[in-house]
Design a binder for this molecule. Structure first.
Ligand code: SAM
Ligand code: DTB
Ligand code: SF4
Length: 340
């Protein structure tokens, strides 16, 4: 396996508080148990893709792709120790930390994303959680982007109920908060925030009436059983997240996962297919890691049921395929951007 043993979280004061709570088990009536999800993974590749494509066509336009553009509105210096992340203050990645971006700069980036054809603008902040004093500025960003006629998404870490309501009132459509991996593998990657914390934040966002964008990362030294367990956790959220980002780890130098063994490309496609089958109505996003994939692999991901991607030359701190190259790829596949 990968260098994941190196990814064991640093024993900080926060981490020792974080470990005792056990992640919530799947609900007894969960339709997709980890075993049933694993059985999907075990299908012959062609059978799995056929089934995923059937489900996909029942619920979605098979040739439409939703395009989301990301912006890091507050970069680096994060108190959390996520083993994959360039922005954690626990890792020496050489990234320069910044303050929260000015509203004008955010709106300029959103206008540019819209002009390029993105329907959703996703703002990300490298925080464990937002401070109450930042909520007004964040609300103005959300309402400003919304006023441009775009869908809005934001990811700020853990949320308090009042903060989630403030974001909703400002016009937020989606809150992104990933489970990242299985509950079983989680503590090998992250020590400063529990799985339970993440589930609580997702519930808080839901209670405020926000749509959920929630997924994970492949290639962090997890097993197939872990991948199945992650998908079972996502599918058991009731309702399932409206948007499910499947990221391939971008190994960032200086992070504990910099030398993690890459996930097998067919296993990545299988995961997209399994997400499609278990969460039929959700939009499944082919997320980080597309620069490390060739076009044939991305086409297989669309065939497996991916119907969204991050679009624009940058993700948060790392690069993404050029927008022009993506437009050409979609054209060659006879696919078109989905309307917002
Ligand atoms: N700080 C907030 C949080 O973690 O909730 C939001 C930003 S965080 C960067 C959002 C998500 O990006 C993570 O949960 C993770 O799934 C994904 N991500 C971060 N670094 C990544 C990497 N190197 N490769 C793939 N995905 C990554
Ligand atoms: C998600 O699941 N992936 C995005 C978004 N949600 C916020 C972030 C990907 C980050 C990739 C690494 C980086 O650029 O720092
Ligand atoms: Fe901080 Fe989010 Fe990165 Fe974790 S993933 S270190 S919470 S920015």
């Amino acid at each position: 396996m990968s260098s994941c043993s190196n990814a064991t979280p640093v024993a900080t004061a926060e981490a020792t508080i974080a470990f005792p709570r056990k992640p919530r088990a799947l609900p007894a009536n969960a339709q997709w148990t980890t075993e049933r999800v694993l059985a999907l993974y075990e299908l012959p590749f062609n059978d799995l893709l056929f089934r995923a494509q059937q489900v996909h066509r029942e619920h979605h336009d098979a040739n439409a792709v939703q395009l989301s553009t990301l912006l890091s509105i507050k970069t680096g210096g994060c108190a959390e120790d996520c083993g994959y992340c360039a922005q954690s203050a626990h890792h020496d990645t050489g990234l320069k930390a910044t303050k929260l971006m000015d509203l004008d700069e955010v709106l300029e980036a959103a206008k540019a994303a819209k002009a390029q054809g993105a329907s959703r603008f996703c703002m990300g902040a490298a925080w464990r959680e937002p401070k109450d004093r930042d909520m007004e500025a964040l609300g103005r960003m959300v309402s400003g982007v919304k006023a441009l006629g775009m869908e809005t998404c934001i990811t700020l870490g853990m949320l308090k109920p009042r903060q989630a309501q403030q974001l909703k009132e400002a016009g937020l459509d989606y809150y992104n908060h990933n489970l990242d991996t299985s509950p079983e593998h989680y503590n090998k990657v992250i020590g400063t925030r529990t799985y339970e914390d993440r589930l609580d934040t997702l519930a808080t966002a839901r209670e405020a009436g926000l749509h959920l964008c929630c997924g994970g990362i492949l290639g962090m030294g997890e097993t197939r059983a872990d991948r199945a367990s992650l998908i079972a956790q996502l599918a058991a959220l009731d309702p399932a997240p409206e948007s499910v980002p499947i990221n391939q780890l971008i190994p960032v130098p200086g992070t504990p996962l910099e030398n993690a063994e890459p996930v097998d490309p067919f296993e990545f496609v299988r995961t997209i297919a399994v997400a499609r089958i278990t969460m039929p109505r959700s939009v499944v996003r082919l997320s980080a890691g597309r620069e490390q994939m060739d076009e044939a692999l991305q086409a297989l991901c669309f065939l497996a049921g991916a119907n969204s991607m991050f679009y624009g030359d940058r993700l948060l701190t790392t690069s993404n395929p050029q927008a022009e190259a993506d437009r050409l790829l979609l054209q060659r596949l006879g696919m078109a951007p989905a309307a917002a």
